[in-house]
Write a protein that binds this ligand. Structure first.
Ligand SMILES: Cc1cc2nc3c(=O)[nH]c(=O)nc-3n(C[C@H](O)[C@H](O)[C@H](O)COP(=O)(O)O)c2cc1C
Length: 395
């Protein structure tokens, strides 16, 4: 009897390990600012870690996962990056949980660990971290999820994976034909109605007047980031020499991904122009305004722009993660509908610009995401992921 129960438990554990591996594949392909992939994933396997996770979630479950922010991979040059990092982790967490739900592992409880939580949240647990010893010191725990076997969600894991591969940031021109209003309406719908966190505001700009106003805003202000020394230095540190370099490092982007295919001489000239020191000098001659004008031109010829906003001006961690979850659902759904996205975060990464944009376009709440939406004219190159992207830590 005891043996049979042990066999059953072992089979369930290995079934979960398999399900986790399957779910981690598409999650690892999640988008993140600069492709920095700032997430970490822990699985409670030791008795102490499982007890701590059960206490934190208030739920006796079969499995526990911890979503973390990897501080060694986060962007820090601008204050707004703190929100972007948690939104990126929220995207990853959402796709991971969708992948697990598709295989019959249901989230029975989620405990978001507050910002001031840090080690304090975990007081009383071994090692001062929620899962105890073995937890990477550079990981800030964001939330603990308790999982139980349940009926599969109905989504096919293979579909999630296929969409994850098809979903790419498309930075080139989009067809000018308007996106069907019915389609935009579907995208605006929340994937998790009745969630406890305040709703995320999703708005589409499709009127010519609004799109022109947004393009003018980009032309006027998008140069700010190119001219911001710390921000540009950080962005530049994610610019990879070529595809081989990007593949070897498994993160960041190439010039072709940002600006499209180019000849070797043009690539050499751009590499020189974008180097932080040159950029600083060229900035004095107004080069950042030339780059902003190019971006504005793309925006002007785009049929739709989506904005997402938190309900309040100071969103708690639960809202930031929910914002990421909402963005994940939106982007995956858009991909399935044949639509592409190209985020334009530059206009919301400085508080004064964000406030101005919200006023000029009457955007509700605190905007955390702005992106072009449309049908891409040509396929985008695949971005790279780190080799250990789908791996989790067991504690
Ligand atoms: C919150 C967030 C903000 C982003 N902001 C920008 C941006 O301002 N400009 C841009 O070109 N891409 C932006 N991206 C897209 C990322 O650069 C992209 O996801 C990453 O390089 C991986 O490429 P992929 O989406 O093609 O997989 C953003 C992505 C996220 C999740």
């Amino acid at each position: 009897m005891t043996t049979r129960r042990t066999d059953h438990a072992t089979a369930s554990v290995s079934r979960f390990a398999q399900a986790l591996e399957t779910a981690a594949g598409p999650a690892a392909l999640s988008p993140s600012s600069h492709n920095c992939q700032p997430w970490g994933l822990g699985r409670a396997t030791s008795a102490a870690a499982r007890r701590a996770a059960a206490d934190l979630t208030g739920t006796d479950a079969d499995e526990y996962l911890v979503l973390a922010l990897d501080r060694e991979r986060e962007l820090t040059a601008l204050a707004a990056h703190a929100v972007e990092m948690e939104v990126s982790c929220g995207i990853y967490g959402r796709i991971l949980l969708r992948g697990l739900a598709a295989q019959g592992w249901t989230a029975a409880a989620v405990r978001v660990l507050d910002d001031d939580g840090g080690p304090g949240v975990a007081s009383g647990t071994a090692g001062g971290h929620p899962l105890g010893a073995g937890w990477p010191p550079a990981w800030t725990p964001l939330c603990v999820v308790a999982l139980r076997p349940g009926p599969p969600s109905g989504e096919r894991p293979a579909d999630l994976h296929e969409t994850a591969l098809a979903r790419r940031t498309h930075r080139g021109p989009y067809g000018r034909k308007p996106v069907a209003p019915g389609l935009l309406h579907v995208l605006e719908e929340s994937g998790t109605p009745g969630a406890e966190t305040p709703p995320v505001h999703v708005r589409h700009l499709t009127e010519r007047r609004d799109l022109r106003a947004f393009a003018a805003f980009v032309a006027r202000y998008a140069g700010r980031d190119f001219g911001h020394r710390a921000a540009w230095r950080e962005t530049h540190s994610y610019l990879r020499r070529d595809t081989a370099d990007a593949a070897a490092r498994g993160d960041g982007f190439t010039l072709e991904q940002l600006f499209g295919p180019m000849s070797r001489p043009r690539r050499a000239a751009m590499r020189l122009a974008l180097a932080p020191t040159t950029m600083h000098l060229l900035g004095k001659a107004g080069y950042h305004r030339v780059l902003a004008a190019g971006l504005a031109d793309l925006v002007r010829r785009t049929p739709a722009v989506v904005t997402m906003g938190f309900a309040g001006q100071t969103p708690a961690r639960a809202e930031r993660l929910e914002g990421g979850a909402r963005l994940a659902d939106y982007w995956w759904r858009a991909t399935r509908c044949g639509l592409s996205l190209h985020p334009i975060s530059i206009v919301i990464q400085h508080d004064d610009l964000r406030g101005r944009l919200e006023r000029e376009l009457s955007l509700p709440g605190r905007t955390f995401f702005v992106s072009r939406v449309g049908v891409a004219g040509s396929p985008a190159p695949r971005s790279h992921r780190r080799a250990d992207a789908a791996v989790h830590v067991s504690c």
